[in-house]
Design a protein around this ligand. Sequence first.
Ligand SMILES: *Cc1c(COP(=O)(O)O)cnc(C)c1O
Length: 427
Amino acid sequence: MNHFQRTLGSLHAEKIPLDGLARAYGTPLYVYSAATLRRHWKVLDRSLSGLRHLVCYATKANANLAILDLLARMGAGFDIVSGGELYRVLKAGGDPHKVVFSGVGKTDEEIAFALSQEVKCLNVESGPELARVSVVARRLGLRAPIALRVNPDVDPKTHPYIATGLKKSKFGVSVDDARRLYGLAAGDPALDVRGLACHIGSQITTVVPFLDAIARVRKLAGELSRAGIQLRHLDIGGGLGIQYKDENPPHPDEYGAAVKGAMKGFRGEVILEPGRVLVGNAGVLLTRVLYVKTSGRKRFAVVDAAMNDLVRPSLYGAHHDIEQVGAEPRPAGTVDVVGPVCESSDFLAQGRKMPVPEAGDLLCVRSAGAYGFSMSSNYNARPRSAEVLVDGETAYLVRKRETWPDLVRGEKARPAGRRFPAPRRIG
Ligand SMILES: *Cc1c(COP(=O)(O)O)cnc(C)c1O
């Protein structure tokens, strides 16, 4: 259920017609619906009622301050993967005590920042990282709250680029390594063993892989408990899929019931790290058709949004529904919807059966709230798009469109040089 619906022929975000937003703020334009986001949050949170739990929104899905602020107000914690994300969460008023820090490549600086902000837990992904966390904690005179991210080796049956819990994956440690590392951590006064974490992938459309993963980490938690290491929380990651096209992902109620069943008898807290399921269908990307051209038997709609704005189709071959915003009569046809970027992989849709648009038409790219703007770039020197949050009849410009001067901020063609003289050889 989302609040992007057609009223009197024209597509709206809640109470506001999308064409009005496009005229006011220009295109390409990301539009988010506050009511949809709140609804998704409530449905997921309620599905876990009765279970002691904390939902830590996966910041990387959409890190706009307005999105983080809205979720923080609903009581969300945050899953972060960089110091920059922690900075964003703090800026948005998020509670660092509800932050878990994942990621395979945390730097000393990031570890120190997280520890000094007293985050809830660092999800450690290797032996060498565990050692670094201990060193940094000792240097700061702190005890680092840690969990090990375990790789449960289950196949989430999703796109290979977003499967993270297989043995061959760069993420987490194996169950065998985890046993050894928990032993080390428990004996290290600079480390405070809090929990166990896993995250098996993204856009997962059945509950089976989640249940497999939970069973495996619970088994390990049981062994640790018998060895005298009591875990206070189990973090089961994110990854619940959404409907982009014809997927049939479990409803959050089904997912929540399955999680509750699988966690029966666990006395600690359950942490979840959902991203996509909260924001994916709470956002759309508006784009204007610049040209319609034919080439041989192919027809292209060249639009003003490109792979730098929304990379998912180019990166994963992902499907996003594309709709006409207005109600102009258009004949049905087959269209490649492409952007202006100089790459053949720059498309939003290929061979799409849809009403053939005309130049000037406004199109709505659905399900763009997650991994949309957050993965956008300045490739081809394209300023990044603006972002608008709609709440009822009010639109908030939550990120200004970048300008050309923004593109060169921090650059200098002929800066003052700094010499690094070569050391002189002696003898
Ligand atoms: C990306 C990520 C998530 C969120 O995944 P979704 O599919 O958006 O729910 C959660 N945890 C970790 C560690 C991640 O890297």
